[in-house]
Write a protein that binds this ligand. Sequence first.
Ligand code: SF4
Length: 316
Amino acid sequence: MEVFAQAADRGVKLVWLQGQSDSACTVSLVQGYYPDIYDAVMKLNVNIAYQPTIMVPFGSEAFSVLETVHPDVLVLEGSVPTGEMKYACAIGERNGKPVALYDLIQELAARTKVGFVAVGACATHGGIPAGRPNPTNAKGLKDVLPGRTVINIPGCPPQPAHMLLTLASVILGIMPELDSQGRPKAFYGKLLHDECPRRGYYNRGKFAKLFSDEECLYELGCRGPVTFADCASRKWNGGVNMCTTAGAPCIGCFEFGFPDKFDLPVGFYESQRTLELKATKNFFDALIIGTMATAAGYVGVELYGRRKRKKEEGGQ
Ligand code: SF4
C-alpha cells in the first residue's frame, strides 16, 4: 500500500488490469525479491495508476481512474472472455451497465503510449480458463489486440523476476529480445530438463515410482523435457526451491498451450488424477507383491515344518 501511495502522481503510468484469473500473478509479483516491488516502483519512478488487488481505492472511485487515464504501459493478468460471452468478465459500470473487459482493453489500448505486457498463462494465451471446453471463449491479450506488439510473460504464475525485470525494461524504453511467441529470450531460452537437479537420474534411466522418491519424475508425468523455463537455475521463493526439487513434476505452465497441450486426449485435472492413481497403484502393487511374498514365505515354512514333523513321526 505504502509504495503505491508514495508513487502516486509520479513518472511512468502503469495500468494493470485483471481478467479471468485467480490473482496468483499479482501474488507472485509482490513476492519478488531481486528486485522487490518497492525498489522496482521507487527506483523506476512508476505510477501504478490501477491495480485492482492491491490499490487503495475501490468501486466507482477505482473505475473512474480507467475512464481518464492515458497509460504508458498496459498490463493484463488473466484471460479475456470474448464474443457472446464477453460479459463473463466486466470491470465497473457505466450508466448502470457493466463494462466488458474486452471493450475496456480496446479503449485503453487506443490511449496507451509505450507498450503492452501480458503476464501469466491466462493473459498470454488463455491459460486454464481457455482449457477445454473453453466456455467463455477466453483469449490472451495478443489475440484481442491484433496488430499490436505484446510482450508475453507466461507461467502459472510467472516468476516474479520475469515480470519485474521485463516491466523495468519496457519502462526504461528498452525492448527485450523476444522469441517467436513474444517471450523474452533471457528467461524462456533454456530447457528446464537440461538444468534440473534430477537430470542425472534421467540419464541413468532411474525413475521415481512415487512423488516422494528421489529419482527423475519423468514417469510420473514431468513435462520438463518439453518446457522452456529457467526455474532450475533461478528457483522460486527467494531462490529456495522449484517444482521438481520439491517432488512435483513440471506441468509445463510456462509453455503456450498450457494446460491442454500436454494432456491430450484427457483434460488437465483428469490427467493429474491419472498420475496420482498411477503412483498409488505403484504403491499398492508393491504392497500386494510384498504381502504375497511374505504369505508365500509363511506357507513354505509351514509346509516344510509339517513335512519334517511327519518324517520324524514316521521314523519313531
Ligand atoms: Fe527432466 Fe523432469 Fe526428470 Fe527433471 S524431473 S530430469 S525435468 S524429466
